[in-house]
Design a protein around this ligand. Structure first.
Ligand code: ADP
Ligand code: MG
Length: 250
């Protein structure tokens, strides 16, 4: 689904991503691990279109998207989750879901003016979908809570929920487990697995928590020094001496 071809990114003299090539298979939950400074976040930002690579290509479903801005990639179904932005912290969980940008006609003033019936129908559809997403995430009980008052884990779920309001095909998650307690971690894992199995979402996940990676991801790609060191199942990777060396070596 995603193909990274010979991507390099330099910041001044520093090579953050070094001639890196990898694939994220359609329907997979691909994990990405590696020591600090390996280039994972930089690669994610290149995938999402926030920073351009110095050289190399990014393909989505065989199409070269290297030069497309983030919103075009979003329209093609590649979505990156974000922390709930501060301006949305003062809106409820339900409103946060309903406000996810889409092509609903309610956003068009002309439509609102000339076709109010259609706008109402769209808004009802969006609301119904938002309620459905809240139910899937078991967040219905906090639907009218301000997003800023949710726990860290509930915010993470809401972030994932926002991707569910879009026509996402592949979701990029940067450390979904960071700062989340064990119980909610279990819920996040379950939601990711369900979206993958039942809704056909492909995931690419950067995560430090090896338990979460082991439980969810296949394959797991290990990055070190800006490029792919190895890839395989978590069991294979745990036995790989080079990986230990990359994490703990000098
Ligand atoms: P990871 O996410 O695997 O820890 P990063 O992609 O954040 O790695 O960083 C890779 C390397 O690139 C690091 O040496 C980091 O200091 C450097 N780096 C990342 N972003 C920038 C930037 N905007 N400017 C300069 N150096 C950067
Ligand atoms: Mg990082």
């Amino acid at each position: 689904m995603i193909e990274v071809r010979n991507v390099t990114k330099t910041f001044g003299g520093l090579v953050a991503v070094d001639n890196c090539s990898l694939e994220v298979g359609s329907g997979s939950i691909t994990g990405m691990i590696g020591p600090n400074g390996a280039g994972k976040s930089t690669l994610f930002n290149i995938l999402a279109g926030f920073i351009p690579p110095s050289s190399g290509q990014i393909l989505l479903d065989g199409r070269d998207i290297t030069k497309l801005p983030p919103h075009k990639r979003f329209e093609l179904g590649m979505v990156r989750t974000f922390q709930v932005p501060s301006e949305l912290a003062r809106m409820t969980a339900l409103e946060n879901l309903m406000l996810v940008p889409s092509d609903q006609s309610g956003e068009s003033l002309l439509n609102a003016w000339f076709r109010p019936g259609r706008v109402r129908a769209d808004e009802q559809r969006t609301r119904a979908r938002a309620e459905e997403v809240l139910q899937t995430l078991e967040l219905t009980h906090v639907r009218n809570e301000l997003a800023g008052n949710l726990s860290g884990g509930q915010k993470k779920l809401l972030e994932i929920g926002r991707t569910m309001m879009t026509p996402a095909k592949v979701v990029l998650l940067d450390e979904p487990g960071a700062g989340v307690n064990r119980t909610l971690m279990g819920k996040i894992t379950e939601v990711i697995r369900r979206l993958n199995r039942e809704h056909g979402y492909t995931f690419c996940i950067i995560e430090h928590d090896m338990d979460l990676i082991a439980e969810l991801c296949d394959p797991v790609i290990v990055m070190a020094q800006g490029t792919v060191l190895t890839q395989g199942t978590m069991d294979e990777i745990r036995k790989n001496e080079d990986v230990l060396e990359a994490y703990f070596g000098g």
